[in-house]
Design a protein around this ligand. Structure first.
Ligand code: ZN
Length: 67
């Protein structure tokens, strides 16, 4: 039995393949990497947005230094 690798589209053996549904460790890691960067991109984008808003209202980094 073979399966198509969702990362590179290559046909890979399914039986005994520890990296399935990917064809190799490389494709598995590539997918994980993309998945993680996708998750981290969301909070990062929000941070950038609030940062820009804070800059408009006053001097930069003032909000975090004040206690
Ligand atoms: Zn692959």
């Amino acid at each position: 039995m073979t399966a198509k690798c969702p990362m590179c589209g290559k046909t890979a053996k399914w039986e005994g393949n520890v990296f399935r549904p990917f064809c190799s460790e490389r494709c598995k890691l590539l997918d994980l990497e993309g998945w993680f960067s996708e998750r981290y991109r969301i909070p990062k984008a929000e941070e950038d947005e609030s940062d820009e808003t804070a800059r408009e209202n006053g001097p930069p980094a003032s909000d975090q230094e004040k206690t």
